[in-house]
Design a protein around this ligand. Structure first.
Ligand code: SF4
Length: 529
């Protein structure tokens, strides 16, 4: 093989995970051409094939010859991690982990991951040794914003994102140490909640994580993640302002306003990222939208195929609900297509991008929107006006689309237990039911639309609005609100909304000593690792 063939083939074997074969070829390459990159790759495959001594000997040589070659330093740290931290028989594991951290920068693009993995592995080891106090101190070494939210596949197995591992481990340790109530108290204090709102929100939070004889670490982890993300947002002010007083009103503005006027003001002022949740990890299979079900039905002419990822029964009622929609043609799809199709009214005074526009066999144009909700959410019985107002606007204002009527679908999901091939039980999200509501043009809907439009116009022009500080926030609503982290008004302390919306600072709070609580922790069944 030529040098170039050796390089390519060795790399292919390495990428395919065949480290023994790759190692043979890199050894041959190293014999023919010695330079920093060839040395680096050979040391890397020695490490990946668990030939730690060979990797270390080579690293010692390479460090002399190429002292300033950064990839070698990074690989050597990975070698320390693989050899010393993954080996739980290593009696010096904790001090070796400290050594790695002292040579690693968690903010460095290459070394950051070594730092994170070293902390998480050490914490796991300390928990195994029942040393939860030290595990807690180790968890505090990590800056949560540096931890990736992407899970990964290794071999055949799916591993949860480090971010999820971190927060669940933190919740677990706080529960075991009896510190979780202190943590919650401090968080509300830091966020400046009034005493009344602290009582209401705390009681809701504790109720939602408490079962008869245990505290759910997964549910607590979600709250901790939200608290920490808000602390970071308010401390580092890493938001993006988009406020433009002359911006055209959008259909989403009406929906935000009816949901909560504060939510409207926040969305007007900041670019809000789609909530970075762990959902990707938790869906059983891929999340299917209406357009996926439409496609599956039309490929097979079978309702069963369109709903085979759900627990929904294919009944006459379902066929009656979806038959005419599935047989309609999709004219506009703003859900699965990347390029949004926007529409306006004839005066260009309101803009919107409906999820779908369909045309049925009678030539009727139908506007359809869909939403995914927990079965336990507040709108499980009746749809909110904040959802329906979008249809009212499309039907009444967007004349050029010639819409006849609309449908609003809510897909309800539940967390179900599934058993993995290792026999463990994991929680997964599955669609278990749906609600389909027909929306028509009528006087009552028209009044609701005009009312919402006038109120949005009014706050946009006056740039302020008085509200009742106590009544604007409710734990059940706020904890499910997509702009919770940006909201000052959940605290119950402000009776005016201003545009643009400015974020308040955090309170300075001292860490308190923990009290011991008696709740037992649950078994491993909701721990994904
Ligand atoms: S967190 Fe509560 S008060 Fe704040 S915007 Fe959301 S719903 Fe409104």
């Amino acid at each position: 093989m030529t040098i170039s063939e050796l390089k390519n083939t060795a790399k292919q074997y390495k990428n395919a995970g065949d480290f023994d074969k790759s190692m043979e070829l890199y050894e041959e390459l190293w014999a023919q051409e010695q330079n920093e990159w060839n040395g680096y790759f050979l040391a890397q495959v020695y490490r990946k094939s668990n030939n730690f001594q060979k990797a270390r000997d080579l690293h010692n040589q390479l460090a002399q010859r190429y002292p300033n070659f950064k990839p070698l330093k990074t690989d050597r740290l990975w070698l320390d991690y693989s050899e010393k931290i993954k080996d739980w028989d290593n009696s010096n594991l904790v001090s070796d982990a400290k050594d790695i951290l002292s040579n690693t920068n968690q903010y460095d693009q290459y070394e950051g991951n070594i730092y994170i993995k070293t902390v998480l592995s050490t914490v796991r080891y300390l928990c195994y040794k029942n040393d939860h106090s030290d595990a807690y101190e180790w968890l505090l070494k990590l800056d949560q914003s540096r931890i990736t939210n992407t899970g990964f596949l290794y071999g055949e197995q799916w591993y949860p994102a480090d971010r999820k591992v971190y927060f669940i481990r933190l919740a677990d340790v706080l529960i075991i140490l009896g510190k979780y109530v202190d943590y919650i108290n401090e968080s509300f204090e830091k966020l400046n909640f009034s005493p009344t709102k602290t009582r209401q929100f705390k009681s809701h939070l504790i109720d939602s994580i408490t079962y008869d004889d245990y505290i759910s670490r997964v549910k607590l982890a979600r709250y901790i993640k939200n608290f920490q993300e808000e602390f970071e947002l308010r401390e580092k002010k890493n938001f993006k302002k988009i406020y433009n007083p002359n911006k055209t009103i959008s259909v989403s503005n009406l929906s935000q306003y009816l949901f909560c006027p504060v939510s409207f003001a926040i969305n007007e002022t900041y670019e809000i990222d789609a909530n970075d949740t762990w959902e990707k990890d938790e869906w059983l299979g891929n999340r299917r939208n209406y357009s996926d079900r439409h496609r599956l039905f039309n490929q097979n002419q079978e309702y069963q195929k369109a709903f085979d990822d759900t627990d929904i029964l294919v009944s006459d009622e379902l066929k009656n609900d979806f038959g005419h929609l599935f047989k309609s043609k999709i004219l506009v799809d703003n859900v699965s297509k990347h390029l949004l199709q926007l529409f306006t009214d004839s005066h260009k005074s309101i803009v919107g991008a409906p999820d779908y526009i369909l045309e049925n066999s009678n030539g009727n144009k139908i506007v359809l929107t869909e939403k995914f909700s927990s079965i336990h959410s507040a709108d499980s019985q009746t749809p909110f006006d904040s959802d329906l107002v979008k249809h009212f606007a499309y039907l009444e204002k967007f004349d050029q689309t010639n819409l006849d009527f609309g449908y609003f679908i809510t897909w309800y999901w539940e967390l179900i237990d599934i058993e993995t091939n290792t026999g463990r039980v994991k929680k997964k999200i599955k669609i278990t039911s749906y609600r389909l509501v027909k929306v028509e043009r009528n006087n009552s809907n028209s009044n609701k639309l005009n009312n919402a439009l006038n109120r949005v116009k009014s706050i946009k022009s006056s740039k302020s609005m008085l509200i009742d500080a106590d009544k604007i926030s409710y734990a059940n609503k706020c904890f499910n609100c997509s702009v919770f982290s940006y909201c000052n008004h959940k605290t119950g302390k402000y009776d005016q909304i201003n545009l643009p919306y400015e974020l308040t600072d955090l309170n300075k709070v001292q860490r308190t000593e923990s009290k011991k609580y008696d709740n037992e922790i649950d078994d491993d069944d909701d721990l994904p690792f």
